[in-house]
Design a protein. Structure first.
Length: 110
């Protein structure tokens, strides 16, 4: 938030924006099951992770590039957040699991 130009520059490349997905995954794993505040933080992190996944799909289509292993946290890595979220909040967890499976099929059609 303090260095907006740097954040925007890093979000313009799929490789340099991978840590953002790791932060979301960490927040979901740490705050799940911690009461109402935990549920709010988990929901916000999951929403941010979902936005990152949509951004990655856009970048892949816009630049017409194949996925790289460094993209894992922001694409199919959303499944880790989905499983942890499903343990405490089943309905949003199912939604994220479905998105994770569809991203896996979309990015790895082999």
């Amino acid at each position: 938030i303090l260095a907006r130009k740097i954040v925007m520059d890093e979000m313009s490349s799929p490789t340099t924006s991978s840590p953002a997905g790791l932060i979301c995954m960490t927040m979901v794993c740490v705050f799940a099951g911690r009461g109402l505040i935990g549920q709010i933080l988990v929901t916000l992190a999951a929403c941010m992770h979902l936005c990152l996944a949509a951004w990655f799909v856009y970048l892949a289509l816009a630049y017409n590039i194949m996925p790289e292993p460094s993209w894992y946290p922001n694409t199919v890595g959303i499944g880790l957040s989905a499983v942890k979220m499903w343990l405490y909040y089943p309905m949003p967890g199912h939604f994220l699991m479905a998105i994770s499976l569809s991203l896996n099929i979309f990015f790895f059609p082999l």
